[in-house]
Design a protein around this ligand. Sequence first.
Ligand code: GLY
Ligand code: MN
Ligand code: MN
Length: 439
Amino acid sequence: MRKPTFDMSIFAERRKKVGQEITGGALVVSAHPEHIRNHDVHHPYRQDSNLFYLTGWEEPESILILRPGMNPESVMFVRRRDPERETWDGFRYGPEGCEREFKIDKAYPIDEFTKVAPQLLKEVDRVYYRLYKNKELDEQMAGILQTVKQMSGRTGYGLLSIHDADTLLGEQRLIKSEYELTQMREACEISAQGHLAAMRFTRPGVTERQVQGVLAHHFYMKGSAREGYHPIVASGNAATTLHYNFNDQVCKDGDLLLIDAGAEYNYYTGDITRTFPVSGKFTDEQARVYEAVLKVQKAILDYVKPGIVFKDLHDMGTSLLTDAMLDLGLLSGRKDDLIQALAQKKYYPHGIGHWLGMDVHDAGLYYKKNEPRPLEANMCFTVEPGLYIPADDSSAPAKYRGIGIRIEDNIRVTSSGCENMTSSVPKEIADLEKVVGKA
Ligand code: GLY
Ligand code: MN
Ligand code: MN
């Protein structure tokens, strides 16, 4: 008999908190769809972050209905136990195990969803549900809402209104609790130590795939369930391709290596990028571009504090990196005109960062009703400026061609500034040169 590895009071607490936001309504959250199976080969399943956030439940084909203040309050629909399937696919808790081990008030088999759900929703006045995540469920929900409408007849509410569950849960997930911060810091530290191991391992002749293996080995050895996303291990000019993911080249003397990788720990993920020379020694040109990016990253980290808005960080990144491009001779002209024409996007095509948490691009709004929202304590995000100068860019000074650099840390907003949760992985040139290749 399996037992859950998480403390169920964490999830009960979260349900209570979200329940306070939606009195009178009901929340419906479904599992992540199962992965497509390729010739009967199974890929690892990861639960939908919102469903896990509220239940700790990790099985597919499951739905939570939360009805704050009603009885039963938490209801789940889950797969029935099935001895034959379980010998192939592994243990299932079934409705009984769901109630007993996950402290859910009432659980039904998933095949009873459309029959039971109308009964559960007939006395609520609105439904929080994420449309367009699961087409089949959308259709079932439409049918269920129609049934509820018919059941209540002329005295009822009519068709219940649907509010976006992702927005609701995103707001709660955006501000991390102490428990979440403990998981985040651990995910960040495992990620950081993995990067350090990768740096120590790197030298001319190793392959990008071997470096990827060193990262993964470290992550799993330290209790990570999986990588937070497919890692980028990009040497030389490949680093100028933002989403390079072949990771199949040999790392060569004279090239830089850009690694963007993060470990997932207890459903929270790190997201770190470091760039360093394969040989352990920066060339003057590489060092110049690197220092320019590092200076921007530090300036932004210094600027973070509650009350400023995320958009200011984006604008600051754009402004400072455009200065760097002018300084390096990548662009010429008036800075404001260049930014107006988006000329800086040629060498810095992405944003300065994103919320970080259970998902690498985590839930939560950046704007509220078109207004950029101020930062608050315990929001977590990345700061990741970069410059990418493709080898075939004939308009860039020849000495900088083929250099791609990004430096990415994971931070938490504190009451007066920020905590860098990934500071244990070096980023100063002198520190990198001491570590790279020193296995
Ligand atoms: N690793 C994904 C990102 O940096 O956004
Ligand atoms: Mn990243
Ligand atoms: Mn990132």
